[in-house]
Design a protein. Structure first.
Lengths: 113, 113
């Protein structure tokens, strides 16, 4: 596609439910990043993929968070047993390679009630 | 570990004036990349300017320029002839090889008419 596509754009879920957030990067981009941004705050690194591999998972806040990437393309971020503190915008970005511009999606706004 | 610090949470500038946003970073590497990203209220992150650390020349994009001081590990953004559309959150970011991109906490820029 022309840009990084994320879905859903908005999600309201009940505490304790599982959610899946999807990211479709720009075609041909091998690097894919997930960040979390709480209201009015900076970007918190969660995980990045180089192809299908995730060399660095250190940013995942807890074992309730997991992510995968298949076929070197689409990535899914899964949050199990959601908590209210998980409410945030989850941003996905991709780039052709390190050092090149990373392009962001518009984010998935998650609200846990 | 690499860190990026933006010491100004908020700044204001009069329309048509010049403003400088500060960014410092910590790294032991010599070959890396630095970026400034803009996040307007629409939430979409947009690249403003990119600097390669091995290049001594400061990057410039129209009204936006940087002052890159490698020895001091400083990377400030200067916006000339500020316009109302420049109002946004600005993030400084660092990227090194196959590693996560690290963002500062951001500076919120207000443009006063």
């Amino acid at each position: 596609g022309a840009g990084v596509s994320q879905s859903p754009s908005n999600k309201v879920t009940e505490k304790g439910k599982d959610v899946e957030l999807r990211c479709d990067p720009i075609s041909g981009h091998t690097a894919l990043y997930w960040y979390r941004q709480s209201l009015g705050q900076g970007l918190e690194f969660l995980i990045y993929f180089q192809g299908n591999s995730a060399p660095d998972k250190s940013g995942l806040p807890s074992d309730r968070f997991s992510a995968e990437r298949t076929g070197g393309s689409v990535s899914t971020l899964t949050i199990q047993r959601t908590q209210q503190e998980d409410s945030a915008v989850y941003l996905c970005a991709s780039s052709t390679t390190v050092g090149n511009t990373i392009y962001f999606g518009e984010g998935s706004w998650l609200t846990v009630v | 570990a690499q860190t990026v610090t933006q010491s100004q949470p908020e700044m204001s500038v009069q329309e048509a004036e010049t403003v400088t946003l500060s960014c410092t970073y910590d790294t032991s590497e010599s070959d890396y990349y630095l970026f400034w990203y803009k996040q307007p209220p629409s939430r979409q992150m947009i690249l403003v300017i990119r600097q390669e650390a091995y290049k001594q020349q400061n990057a410039t994009e129209n009204r936006f320029s940087v002052n890159f001081q490698k020895a001091a590990k400083s990377f400030s953004l200067k916006i000339s002839d500020s316009q109302l559309g420049d109002a946004a959150m600005y993030f400084c970011a660092y990227d090194y090889r196959d590693d996560k991109i690290i963002f500062g906490k951001g500076t919120r820029l207000h443009i006063l008419p």
